[in-house]
Design a protein. Structure first.
Length: 132
């Protein structure tokens, strides 16, 4: 399922960015991108609502991922794993991992992009759909 979700996420590259966006036709944020990619791959997830751009703790985000059916991954990452990335100022970001790239909704560029994985990225937890 994860690999299919990553393929679907790649098809969303170029979709516009919209805070709280979960529909590719009107715009996606990082949460909406993950949920839209999994929905396109055939798995509807429980989506959090009314989440802020900043201010949720890592624990609260982890709870939302668990409610959606994800489990934290200790081993090597796989295509379709969700990356939970801690950014500065208490902000977190989600993206879908490929073998060497990350698909994510980039607020600064105002669109969904696919970028190389930054090897310096250190504060990342990977999550995988529990039924994979």
């Amino acid at each position: 399922m994860g690999a299919r979700a990553f393929v679907r996420a790649r098809r969303l590259v170029g979709a516009r960015f919209r805070p709280q966006g979960y529909d590719p036709a009107t715009g996606l944020d990082c949460v909406g991108l993950v949920w839209a990619a999994y929905a396109a791959a055939g798995r509807r997830l429980i989506r959090p609502s009314d989440y802020p751009l900043r201010g949720w703790s890592r624990a609260r985000i982890a709870e939302a991922l668990v409610r959606a059916g994800f489990v934290a991954v200790d081993g090597p990452r796989q295509s379709g794993d969700v990356a939970l990335i801690a950014l500065a100022a208490g902000q977190f970001h989600l993206g879908l991992m490929g073998q060497t790239t990350l698909v994510h909704a980039h607020a600064g560029l105002r669109r969904v992009v696919e970028t190389p994985v930054d090897p310096a990225l250190s504060d990342v937890v990977f999550w995988r759909l529990g039924l994979d």
